[in-house]
Design a protein around this ligand. Structure first.
Ligand code: ADE
Length: 227
C-alpha cells in the first residue's frame, strides 16, 4: 500500500481527482490511497493564517514554518518521505515516478504564494520536485501530476498488463503511433503491417517508428543511446 498525504490550503481542488477514475480504483483495490490535509487545521492564530510578509521586504507572501512543521510532524512516521512541490525542485521525470512507485508513505507539501520559509526546505523536506519550467499559482496541481504519474505505475492499478512497459519514456523513447478500427477513415489507411498478423514485423515497425518519432520530436532523449 502506498499512502500519500497532500498538505495544501486548497484541499477541495483534488476532490474529483481522488474520487474518480484511476485513483478511485487504486483506493478500492487497497493499492494506494490519497488524502488531503488542510494546512489551516494546523494554524495557531484566530485568522488561521498560513502565510506572512517576507523579512527584508518585497512583494508577495511567504508560507509560515510553524503550520507546515506541525502538519508534517503530525503525519510523519519513520518511513515517511517528505516532498515539496516547487519550480525550484529537480525536474519530474518518468524515472522519478518509478522510484516513488512502491509501498510506503509520502507527505507532499504544496507551495503557494512566493514560496515557503527556507527552514521548511532545510529541516523538513527530503526531496523537492518541479513538474516543469513554468510557474503555477498553486502547488496542488503539481502534486496531482506527481501523484498520478506515480500511482498508475503501481502493480494492479491499470487494467492492461504491460501497459506501462510499452509507453512513452518507459525505455527512453517516445511511443509508436496507434490505430484502431476502421481500417480506412476519410481516405486515410492503417499501415498494412499492423493488420498483417505478423507479430515480428509489427514489433519491428513499432520499434522503427518509435525511434523515428523520438529523433524528430525529442532528439535530446537519444543522446546516450546507440541503435
Ligand atoms: N509550484 C508552482 N509551480 C510549480 C512547478 N512548476 N512545479 C512544482 N510545483 C510548483
Amino acid at each position: 500500500m502506498l499512502e500519500i498525504d497532500i498538505i495544501t490550503i486548497f484541499p477541495g481542488m483534488l476532490d474529483g481527482f481522488i474520487h474518480e477514475s484511476m485513483l478511485k480504483r487504486a483506493a478500492e483495490k487497497g493499492i494506494a490511497v490519497l488524502r488531503t490535509v488542510n494546512l489551516r487545521d494546523f494554524t495557531q492564530d484566530v485568522h488561521r493564517s498560513t502565510d506572512d510578509r517576507p523579512y527584508g521586504g518585497g512583494p508577495g507572501m511567504v508560507m509560515k514554518a510553524q503550520p507546515l512543521f506541525d502538519a508534517v510532524e503530525h503525519l510523519k512516521r519513520d518511513s515517511s518521505r517528505v516532498i515539496l512541490m516547487t519550480p525550484q525542485g529537480r525536474q519530474m521525470q518518468q524515472s522519478v515516478a518509478e522510484a516513488y512507485a512502491q509501498p510506503g508513505h509520502l507527505i507532499v507539501i504544496c507551495g503557494h504564494y512566493e514560496g515557503v520559509d527556507e527552514r521548511v526546505r532545510t529541516a523538513l523536506v527530503d526531496d523537492e520536485l518541479s513538474i516543469g519550467d513554468y510557474v503555477l499559482t498553486n502547488g496542488v496541481l503539481a502534486a496531482g501530476v506527481f501523484v498520478d504519474a506515480v500511482v498508475r505505475l503501481l502493480p494492479g492499478v491499470l487494467g492492461g498488463e504491460g501497459a506501462t512497459e510499452q509507453e512513452s519514456f518507459a525505455d527512453g523513447l517516445l511511443e509508436h503511433p496507434h490505430y484502431t478500427r476502421p481500417i480506412e477513415f476519410r481516405g486515410m489507411k492503417v499501415p498494412k503491417v499492423l493488420a498483417s498478423g505478423d507479430h515480428k514485423a509489427i514489433a519491428e515497425w513499432r520499434r522503427q517508428k518509435s525511434i523515428e518519432r523520438t529523433q524528430e520530436r525529442r532528439p535530446d532523449l537519444l543522446k546516450n543511446k546507440n541503435f
